[in-house]
Structure formats: structure tokens, C-alpha cells
Design a protein around this ligand. Structure first.
Ligand SMILES: [Zn+2]
Length: 243
């Protein structure tokens, strides 16, 4: 009962803590992982189920624990100490989704990219996939349609549950080094978020009219963009780690 109350309070007041529901997060993350060349995918293959099950939801898990004292029963880390190294930068800033402060967001991306590339280079896949999960969540939540603009809670909730069918991305290198790649990915993330904001009136109209096909169509572009950005990030990091 206490758990139910805590959860209810969490979903009523969490604001930007939740964004996409678990199923859309997993769909976007899976599409990006499926896009990796087989040789790269093989390096983390045994860990892929844990990325989808646990790590791509780690920032929500961390926020639930820190803000509400709610601890998920599902497999995965249970304490702040276990999650902090992946969800909090060394300067103390928490990583969840874009803040739209470019310097802050660049710092988060560079931190995650460096940790992923170094863990892959050192052949520590179990460590790499934890940061990969946080990166996935960061890119995906940033393009969650209701985060583009304020709107009534029922519309927020409706948008977060949509799971449009995604195509497998065709990944490209985002840059020759980590900062260049992070800058390029951030530019594209901000552009995709602008499109989300532009589409918000049409999304609100689709929710109000209970027009599910229109809603799914409008959620497809941001979800696909998130999968594409994650795919390009990962390809680039595997390439850099192999040098
Ligand atoms: Zn989230």
C-alpha cells in the first residue's frame, strides 16, 4: 500500500522525471543496438538484455530513489551509491535529460562518451553498458514530445505511452574525436527538439480528438531521431575505442 501511494505521488508530481514510459525507451534503445555492425555488437552482446531491462531506465530509477525514496524491486542496483557513478557527473550535476543549457548538456554528453569509449577500449563491457544505458535515456527523454512544451498532464501522459514502429537506423560516424562528436550530436538533438515544439499544437489536437494514428505518426519522428542519435553515438564510440 505504501509503495502504491509513493508511486502515485511520484507520477503526479514528478514532472520531467519520467518522460517516455519504459516500453518506448526500450524500443528506441533496441533499434539503436540493432544497428551496430556485428563486430561491435558482439563486444557487448551478453550485456544487451541488461541494457534494455535495467540500464536504459537507470536515470528514472535513480530519480525515484533520490527524490521519493522509492526502490524498484526489479533486478538492478538498489542504492544511491551503486547508481551515482553513472547518473551523476564528477562535478555533482545529475544526468537525466537535456537541460537546454548547451554547456551543461555538452558536459553531460562528453562525460558519458568518455566513459563509454574508455570502458570499451579497456574491454569492460559490463561497465560500458551502464553508461550506454544512461546515454540512451538522456537522448530519448530529451526528445520525449511532452518535454518540448508545457501542456496538460493528461496530454503529457498520453504522449509518453505511444510506441511508434521504428526503422533500424543506418549509423554514421558523428566525428573524429569525442568533443567533435558530442557537439554534432547535440546540434542534431536541439534541432529535433525544435521540431517537437513546432509539432506540439498538432499533438495536443490529436490527443484531444483521441486520434491515435495521428498521435503515433507525430511521436514517430522524435522517437526515430532519438534512436538515430544513439546509433550514431554508439558507432562513433566503438570506432574511437578501437583506435
Ligand atoms: Zn526519465
Amino acid at each position: 500500500m505504501r509503495t502504491a501511494v509513493v508511486l502515485l505521488l511520484f507520477f503526479l508530481f514528478s514532472g520531467c522525471a519520467s518522460a517516455w514510459d519504459t516500453t518506448p525507451h526500450r524500443a528506441m534503445t533496441r533499434a539503436a543496438l540493432d544497428s551496430l555492425p556485428p563486430a561491435y555488437r558482439a563486444q557487448i552482446a551478453p550485456e544487451i538484455p541488461s541494457i534494455l531491462e535495467t540500464w536504459c531506465m537507470l536515470p528514472d530509477r535513480y530519480a525515484e530513489l533520490v527524490n521519493f525514496g522509492f526502490r524498484r524491486n526489479s533486478p538492478g542496483p538498489k542504492t544511491v551509491e551503486e547508481m551515482q557513478p553513472y547518473c551523476v557527473r564528477p562535478d555533482g550535476e545529475t544526468i537525466h535529460s537535456a537541460t537546454w543549457d548547451r554547456d551543461e548538456d555538452l558536459a553531460s554528453l562528453v562525460f558519458l562518451y568518455m566513459r563509454i569509449a574508455s570502458a570499451l577500449h579497456d574491454k569492460h563491457p559490463a561497465e560500458a553498458v551502464r553508461y550506454i544505458g544512461v546515454l540512451a535515456h538522456f537522448l530519448e527523454d530529451s526528445l520525449s514530445p511532452p518535454h518540448a512544451a508545457a501542456q496538460p498532464r493528461e496530454i503529457h501522459a498520453a504522449l509518453e505511452h505511444e510506441v511508434p514502429a521504428l526503422r533500424t537506423p543506418q549509423p554514421h560516424s558523428a566525428g573524429a574525436h569525442i568533443v567533435e562528436a558530442a557537439e554534432a550530436i547535440l546540434d542534431r538533438l536541439y534541432a529535433a527538439a525544435d521540431l517537437n515544439r513546432k509539432n506540439m499544437p498538432a499533438m495536443v489536437e490529436a490527443v484531444s480528438a483521441k486520434n491515435q494514428p495521428a498521435l503515433i505518426a507525430l511521436c514517430r519522428a522524435p522517437a526515430q531521431s532519438a534512436a538515430d542519435l544513439l546509433a550514431d553515438s554508439l558507432l562513433t564510440l566503438f570506432q574511437l575505442a578501437a583506435r
